[in-house]
Every structure is written in C-alpha cells, then in structure tokens.
Design a protein around this ligand. Sequence first.
Ligand SMILES: [Zn+2]
Length: 150
Amino acid sequence: MICETQRQMHIRSLPKGVEGFVLVDGAQVAIERRACHLGGSRAWFLCPACNRRCAILYPVRCRLCLRLHYASEHEGELDRLLRKAVNHRYKHGQQQRGIGVPLPSKPKWMRWHTYIKARKKAEVIEMQIIEGFRSKLARRARESTRALTV
Ligand SMILES: [Zn+2]
C-alpha cells in the first residue's frame, strides 16, 4: 500500500512543547525529544510496535510496521523524469503543473544567468522525456510486428 493515501498523523500537528505521551486513536504513544545538531530539539513519535523514532504515524504504527511504500518507489524512469521536469518548472515560476505549456518567461526577481541556466536544464530534461517515450514506442512497435510475424 502507498503511505501517501493512508490516514496519517504528523508530529508537527501536535502543539509545541508536548512531552511524554499522547493519545493517538485511543493508544498511548511515547514522544521522545532529541537534540538537533545545530541547537534546539525535535520531538519524535516512538512507534508502539517497534519502538522506532518516526515523524509520521499511520494510526497507530509506523510506515515500516505497516509495510507501506512511497508512491515514488513505484515510478519508472519516465515517470521520474516527468516529475523532475514538472518540479523544475514549478520551482522556476510556472504557475500550473505540467509540461504541455511553453516554458515560463523570466520572473522579475531572477537574474538572467540563472534563468538561462534553468531554461537549459528544463530543455535537457524534457528532451530526455521525449527520447524515452520515442524509444518506448519504437520498442512496442518492434514487439507488435514480431508478434504479427510469429
Ligand atoms: Zn513500527
């Protein structure tokens, strides 16, 4: 199962300064506070089943106890490239998600050098996607002609 589709409780949803135990779906879950490397501290749930530190509980166990996977673990090479391209465009000023629209023009706050570099990177990623689809289609065409001749 995919963990992004499951009901979850994040440690950040708790009020600040919570210590000891909290009740999650009627079960008592311990909270551990650990010092951060650059100062301060951070709270973690302790999974009631395996005692592992985790930031997200899928009531009332951790992701590993429930054998949940991230959606990205099931992506193929083209899906990863597509997600990378969409995120890259979004990061550089595109308002809507997707790569079917022209690349966005330079945002007012961005330097020309940065914009040109980002645009070239987007073009490289999108050419990889096109090549990937092209080779996938060619492979399918070969397989279907092979199936017809046998
Ligand atoms: Zn666990």
